[in-house]
Each structure stands twice: as C-alpha cells, then as structure tokens.
Design a protein around this ligand. Structure first.
Ligand SMILES: C[S@@+](CC[C@H](N)C(=O)[O-])C[C@H]1O[C@@H](n2cnc3c(N)ncnc32)[C@H](O)[C@@H]1O
Length: 344
C-alpha cells in the first residue's frame, strides 16, 4: 500500500489510542511479569533532575498575579510549580496534579510549607480534583505534557532504552496495561499501526514483524530487550541518526499505554468549564499530534481567545542548555469573557 493511502487510513485512529480493545495475537500467552530491577531497592527518592522548559515564556503568557488560584496539571519535577508559587505569593494557591505517584510524593516533600495542594490525578479529571478540594473556578492552568527526566532516569519504569527494568512505560504504574504486555499481546499489524501513528516511524512494519518473530521464541520483558529488537529491525543510515533507533517506537508505545492523546483531548474540553472568565491555559506539547489537538481546540472562538498564533519554541540558548526543549511547542489561550463581564 502506498504511503499516502496508509497515512490517510491510519490517522483517524490517533484520537482514541485505547489498547485494551485491540486485537490480540492468536499466539498470545500471558508471560509472567518481568522482574523489577533490584538497583533501586531500599534507596531514598532522589531530588528531581528535570529542567522546566520555556519557563519565561510560560510565565509571560500565563500572566499570573498575586492571590490567584492556579493549577499545574503536570507537576513532574516541580520546576514550573515553583515559578507559579512565586507568582501567586502567600495569598494565592497552586493545585499540583500528576498521574505519577512518585512525582506527587517528591513534590509533597520538596514543596512542603508552600500554599500548594497535591492530587495524584489525570489532568483530564481536573474538575473532579477541584471538587475534592472544594474549589469551583481557577484563574490559570498549565499543562506540560509527556515525560519528565525523572521518569526517564528511573530504571524501574522502563522509559530508557538501556533499562534492565520491566518495559512498563506507564505514568501511573497502578493503572492500565504495561507496555511489555502490549508488545507481547497485540497482532503485528496493530503494533505496526501504533508505532507508525504515534511514533511517526517509517519502519513500523519491519519493527512489528521483528517483535512478532522474537516474542514467538521468548516474551519481550525489558526495555533493553525491545531496544535491541528495534535496533536490529531498522536499517543503518549514513550518517547515523542523531536519535537512538528505538526512540520513535518507545514514544509510540508510551503514548498508547497512557492514552495520552485521549487525556489531552478530554482535558481541552473540560478545562474551560472550570476556568474563570478571562482565565488562561498554557499547553506545552512535544508531539505533532498533541500540538494539533491544542491548535484545533483554541480555534473555537466561542470558548477561547488564542494568545499565540503559532506555537512558541525554545531559542538556541535554551536548547543548548536543555536539549529536551528542542521539540517543545507552547500555545496559550484565554477563556472568552462573556459580554458585560469584560473588565472596563
Ligand atoms: C514534562 S513533565 C512536567 C515537568 C514539570 N512541568 C516541571 O517543570 O518539572 C510531565 C509530567 O506530566 C505527567 N503527566 C503526563 N500526562 C499526564 C496526565 N494526563 N495527567 C497528569 N499528569 C500527567 C507525567 O507523569 C510527568 O510527571
């Protein structure tokens, strides 16, 4: 099938990446769960190593004022949360959400003593999180989606290619299906679609076929197992690629496992219902499909007044300091103010 037809046929699926209902391989036998790496057993959780991206730009578009109530929907290492806390001051408050219990634990420890409330929650459940805290409307919301450097560095989570820990890839390790089960369960055609669509990987079919061949002999368990399989499936390029050959496959599986696009789409629908009139939302995304969702949501003028016409990106200095910022795209919008409510 030609590339154009293939692209057209596949894109529609991107909007609901729930893997639970996808077809299983006929040969699938549930393998025992992989053993967790013993390296971190008994260790104390380290301080965050994540560097917040586009910090000045985020704060400029959010224009947070003292006394405001602000939601950081993606606490991560707490870099943006700290900036938001400084801006709201002692009379304001920040509500910090994250799906990852480890991020919440670390934030609660590192930010103790500040006017911040934490909730381990998906940002698409922001209304429920606010209800639980007895908060009706908020003034600002920030979403900095995707993966943190802390998660990448944690050998037990499977996000890094050389990890001997289980290929898990879940932000919340108690929810949904780990990636190792997905790669051992799904039909090769379905795996190829996921890798192509969410990873924009042109060798998706080869990779999926190789995964199917390998798992017929022994289940894929660790991130290192999968990285090896993908590396062997992808032709070597000259000059060699700047990124690891498994980067796109890992990204695709992570998006599928966490249903990241679905969470973002629902959040973009629900957040305006809890923003005060004229309230602002800023979203940092790292994937073209995410950025497209944000761009399309902000086009609805009945709900939003876009503050960014095109996405704001990191400059060369920030990219040199923080290479992760290279693919970051920031968009911001304010909720439309009903006629008569506009400040005079
Ligand atoms: C890029 S990091 C955020 C970094 C943070 N802004 C900082 O300055 O340290 C993304 C975080 O969002 C979390 N996350 C991703 N999707 C989420 C969702 N749907 N709901 C809540 N948290 C989510 C991840 O667990 C991760 O900790």
């Amino acid at each position: 099938m030609g590339r154009t037809g293939r692209q057209r046929g596949r894109i529609g699926r991107a909007w609901d990446e729930s893997a639970a209902g996808w077809d299983e391989s006929a040969a699938f036998r549930e393998p025992p769960p992989p053993a967790h790496s013993s390296r971190r057993m008994g260790t104390v959780m380290a301080a965050s190593i994540h560097t917040a991206v586009l910090p000045a730009e985020v704060m400029s578009f959010l224009a947070v004022e003292p006394g405001m109530t602000v939601v950081d929907g993606t606490l991560g290492g707490g870099g943006h949360t700290r900036l938001l806390l400084d801006a709201v001051g002692p009379a304001g408050r920040v509500i910090a959400l994250d799906r990852d219990p480890a991020a919440i634990d670390r934030g609660a420890r590192e930010l103790a003593g500040n006017p911040v409330r934490f909730a381990q929650a998906n940002f698409c459940d922001l209304p429920e999180a606010l209800d639980a805290l007895g908060i009706d409307r908020v003034d600002r919301v920030l979403l900095d989606v995707g993966l943190s450097s802390d998660q990448l560095a944690d050998q037990d989570r499977g996000f890094s290619f050389d990890s001997e820990g289980p290929l898990d890839l879940r932000f919340d390790p108690t929810e949904g299906e780990p990636a190792w089960r997905m790669v051992n369960r799904l039909r090769p055609e379905t795996l190829a679609d996921i890798i192509y669509e969410f990873g924009e990987e042109r060798f998706s079919r080869r990779i999926a076929r190789r995964i199917a061949d390998v798992r017929d002999k022994a289940p894929i368990r660790t991130s290192r197992d999968l990285a090896r399989v993908v590396t062997a499936a992808v032709p070597r390029t000259k000059p060699p690629q700047r990124i690891h050959p498994a980067t796109r496959t890992f990204q695709a599986l992570r998006i599928a496992v966490n249903q990241e696009l679905k969470s973002l789409r629902i959040a973009l629908e629900r957040i305006p219902t809890r923003l005060a009139p004229g309230g602002r939302l800023a979203v940092i995304s790292f994937h073209s499909l995410e950025d497209r969702l944000v761009k399309e949501a902000f086009r609805n003028r009945q709900v939003w007044t876009a503050l960014t016409r095109s996405p704001v990106e990191a400059g060369p200095d920030e990219v040199a300091r923080n290479p992760r910022s290279r693919s970051a795209k920031l968009r911001a919008a304010a909720t439309a103010v009903p006629v008569g409510d506009a400040a005079t």
